[in-house]
Design a binder for this molecule. Structure first.
Ligand code: KG4
Ligand code: ZN
Length: 350
């Protein structure tokens, strides 16, 4: 099945063409095209994504990305159209939905609406290793979604069956990276910038004298809380002179704090749910330090569990992951009439 997918939930206008086969038991995917048009430069001066600017840029970029996807004389002939319906910024989501509706009407092809978070949850399947290994052997698994808007732990019994077991009660991990980057005057998006500074600090053996409290580390739940960390960082940077050295200390201590919490909670979920694998997705799962810390911890743990991650460039928003989730919906014949497709800004992962 050839899938055309569209993603406009935040600040990337993304489209992809993916060939999918094998069903839910042994899915295989071939990437035909993958285009991500980023609006980062436009939102950077504001330190975050501005919804109406995002809408304007998506509207401008969608036809351009589509033309790059199907250069003339090729005419679009997908078997399925998949589009993100939420969660995300509603004005931004609507641009993709309207584009998809239009295409579906013109081409008379079936349409599915996709939960962006499901896309992140499945994006590990683009890792060659996980396509080769027998999928049956990785379930039950724990899924860790860490993005700009969400931090969620799920138990997965199969690709089609999963249940949320914990989530952040306030800020998401990626949001915390972005806020700390703003406090350190590094720019947007903060994750890669804070992480690069933290790596320098570790290399140069620079360490601060202000360990941040690890939020909700021992509370017994699988929930997270990262908003206090931002306050802790603000306390340090407002009380001291902001030198290059202080920035490195803060970045390192902050990243280690996030990693400690994510690793500890994930590890406990692995043990309590007695699972065979941990799959990661979302922008923060591109973070090398956090990936390495989790892989190390899983190796050392009594319960052995495989660690499956998307390629770093596919951890952040893209349309390939929307095609993947769209394929699974199509297998369930979960099609939607164009006029019934709606943006759902607060869509949850069940
Ligand atoms: O999944 P994503 O692309 O979009 C959402 O669905 O939110 O995630 C974006 C988030 C941003 O907060 C960004 O700062 C963070 O992921 N991020 C990272 C890294 N790359 C992106 N955070 C930590 N380390 C990274 N290398
Ligand atoms: Zn995302």
């Amino acid at each position: 099945m050839r899938i055309l997918s569209i993603e406009t939930s935040c600040d990337e206008t993304a489209m992809a063409i993916v060939k999918a086969e094998g069903g839910l038991r042994a899915p295989r995917f071939r990437i035909i095209k993958n285009i991500v048009s980023s609006q980062i430069k436009i939102h950077a001066p504001y330190g975050g994504v501005v919804p109406n600017l995002a809408k304007r840029e998506h509207t401008k970029n969608l036809p351009k990305v589509f033309a790059a996807l199907y250069p003339k004389p090729y005419t679009p002939n997908p078997d399925l159209i998949a589009v993100t319906v939420g969660p995300g910024l509603e004005p931004a989501l609507w641009t993709g939905i309207e584009f998809a509706r239009d295409l579906a009407k013109k081409s008379k092809k079936p349409l599915v609406g996709v939960n962006h978070l499901e896309g992140h949850l499945y994006s590990f399947l683009f890792n060659l290793k996980s396509q080769i290994s027998n999928l049956k052997n990785i379930f039950p698994a724990i899924g860790l979604i860490v993005s700009g808007g969400h931090t969620i732990l799920v138990r997965m019994d199969s690709l089609a069956r999963y249940k949320k077991i914990g989530e952040t009660r306030d800020d998401a991990a990626g949001e915390a990276f972005d806020k700390v980057a703003r406090l350190l005057e590094l720019g947007y998006p903060g994750g890669p910038l804070v992480s690069a500074l933290a790596a320098e600090a570790r290399e140069e053996n620079i360490k601060g004298d202000f360990p941040f409290t690890r939020p909700m580390l021992h509370d017994g739940s699988f929930d997270f809380s990262f908003s206090g960390l931002k306050t802790a960082v603000r306390n340090v940077v407002t009380k001291r002179e902001m030198t290059g050295e202080l920035k490195k200390q803060v970045a390192r201590e902050f990243e280690e704090c996030i990693a400690d919490v994510l690793v500890a909670k994930t590890l406990r979920a692995v043990e309590e749910h007695d699972v065979r694998a941990v799959v990661m997705g979302g922008g923060v799962s591109a973070n090398t330090y956090i990936r390495e810390r989790l892989a190390e911890a899983l190796e050392k743990a009594d319960a052995s569990a495989e660690h499956l991650v998307p390629p770093p460039e596919l951890a952040t928003d893209n349309a390939l992951m929307i095609a993947l989730a769209g394929y699974f919906h199509a297998l369930k014949e979960d099609f939607v009439a164009a006029e019934n497709l709606n943006a759902r800004g607060n869509l949850k992962l069940s």
